[in-house]
Design a protein around this ligand. Structure first.
Ligand code: SF4
Ligand code: SF4
Length: 343
């Protein structure tokens, strides 16, 4: 009897995970997004105001992320950080790569100007010119404990990884919303595409499941990393992270050099022995011949829901085995970063 009760509790416990359910509804249907903050059009600048330049964005975002009370896991990892200090990068709003993304990713992918035009309409102001806006992008690395835990897994994601994905998604939206609110109060138009009702994942015949704003591609545009065999972005802080970004009506100079080669940091693509990610994949979704099979990967992730529900009592899918326990998990593989040093 007791074990039957326990089993029931485990089966239904995700019903109480309102954060997880809300996050899934937002991702799939764009539902439940809070209203956009209002733009303060009556602001008057004083000499004491910050400059809102590259240094201000890097320092403010790093400080907000590191000290934010929501950057925390819950029981049984209460008080642990979800994310370590971020990498911050900028891309110009009129960077031609954003037009290129419409061809590479699909016509549904927003340019910074399109998403900013939506926000300007919302606020009843004129849309700024693309050259007067920038995209600010953050790579938020998972904690060492989370990466190490998942590296030990062979079949399904670890509990810390599952919780970091769920709490990390909620936190990431809180962080960008806080930042957008702060900027709007200062009279600076800004928008976080994934905190708007326009952001919803859809299945497209040519590209499979995709959203209208790919943080990974935006991060590449900002010079923060390049794609690996597993399709994650390999950055200075590795491939085990979450990415977020927002568009702002300020001109910011790009602070990272974008490699021409979109696979510059992946050992396999650079002709070195590796494919550790393929060996880690429990769904055989990565191969030399086929690269990363998005559909097989999505199917495996979908199948993780009952496992996570039964064992960790939260409502989230995930995996990430190929981005942990591999040479690119926590940095650019040393063989390639040494090569960079000699160039
Ligand atoms: S594990 Fe190796 S092959 Fe796979 S993405 Fe990382 S560097 Fe590339
Ligand atoms: S996330 Fe998991 S299923 Fe998808 S490619 Fe990586 S290891 Fe395979």
């Amino acid at each position: 009897m007791r074990s039957r009760m326990e089993h029931r509790y485990r089966r239904l416990s995700w019903l109480t995970d309102l954060g997880g359910i809300k996050s899934a509804l937002a991702e799939m249907h764009g539902l439940g997004m809070p209203r956009q903050p209002r733009l303060n059009t009556a602001v008057t600048r004083t000499a004491d105001d910050p400059l809102f330049d590259e240094a201000w964005f890097c320092a403010t975002l790093t400080d907000m992320l590191t000290h934010h009370p929501a950057n925390r896991l819950e029981y049984p990892f209460a008080a642990e950080h979800i994310f370590e200090a971020p990498l911050v990068g900028f891309a110009a709003g009129d960077d031609l790569l954003f037009d290129e993304f419409k061809r590479i990713i699909g016509p549904h992918h927003f340019t910074p100007a399109e998403i900013m035009a939506w926000q300007a309409r919302n606020q009843g102001v004129a849309a700024p010119k693309p050259e007067d806006m920038s995209v600010v992008c953050l790579i938020m690395p998972f904690s060492k404990a989370t990466i190490d835990d998942n590296a030990r897994q062979k079949e399904w994601l670890s509990e810390r990884w599952a919780q970091s994905r769920l709490m990390g998604e909620i936190f990431s939206q809180t962080l960008v919303r806080d930042m957008v609110t702060l900027l709007m109060r200062q009279g600076i138009l800004a928008v976080a595409p994934d905190a708007t009702p326009l952001f919803r994942k859809k299945h497209y015949p040519e590209v499979g499941w995709a959203s209208p704003w790919s943080h990974r591609h935006v991060a590449y545009a900002a010079g923060l990393g390049t794609f690996g065999m597993h399709d994650f972005l390999i950055t200075e802080k590795g491939a085990a992270h979450r990415i977020t970004s927002f568009v702002v009506n300020v001109r910011l100079r790009p602070n990272h050099t974008r490699p021409e080669d979109i696979h510059a940091h992946c050992l396999h693509y650079q002709g070195r022995e590796c494919m550790a990610c393929a060996r880690r994949c429990p769904a055989q979704a990565i191969s030399v011949a086929g690269g990363h099979d998005k559909e097989a990967c999505a199917e495996r992730c979908k199948r993780s829901v009952p496992y996570v529900n039964r064992n960790y009592h939260i409502f989230i899918y995930g995996c990430g085995l190929c981005s942990t326990g591999v040479p690119c998990a926590t940095g650019i593989p040393s063989a390639l970063s040494r090569e960079d040093d000699t160039r």
